[in-house]
Ligand binder design. Structure first.
Ligand code: HEC
Length: 107
């Protein structure tokens, strides 16, 4: 009986853990999408199906499928005509938009 009780708590904690881990991830993803569409203005230059943007100034993100580190570097420092966003976006916004694009570009 005691064992059953312990197992019950293990399962309960596991579920709570999954739930919080999951909702944190969703929050970052949603913030990233917002940055993509608003403060970061990425949608003005890049095609990304999930964001319903069709701009073709920069590369189609669904085609190049950049990983998260590459996006963070590019957004911080800029590349070619793409402006550097360090100081324009906060570190948290840069990380969120990179998280979002790295996932959304795969879809
Ligand atoms: C003014 C237009 C413009 C805006 C705004 C813009 N980009 Fe870009 N982006 C470009 C162009 C142009 C390139 C290609 C530059 C080159 O290769 O010379 C590029 C390249 C990239 C690359 C590929 C870098 C590589 O390693 O080849 C990524 C990833 C990227 N942009 C993400 C973003 C994100 C995320 C945002 C929003 C925070 C954003 N861009 C905003 C124009 C823009």
């Amino acid at each position: 009986m005691k064992r059953l009780f312990l197992n019950f708590f293990k399962v309960l904690f596991f579920l709570i853990f999954i739930k919080t881990a999951h909702s944190n991830a969703d929050e970052i993803y949603n913030l990233g999408k917002k940055v993509f569409l608003e403060a970061g203005n990425c949608a003005a230059c890049h095609m990304l199906a999930d964001a319903e943007s069709n701009a073709m100034v920069g590369p189609n993100l669904n085609e190049i499928r950049p990983d998260i580190q590459r996006i963070i570097m590019t957004v911080r420092n800029g590349i070619g005509v793409m402006p550097a966003m360090e100081g324009v976006l906060t570190d948290q916004e840069i990380e969120a938009v990179a998280h979002y694009v790295s996932i959304a570009a795969e879809q």
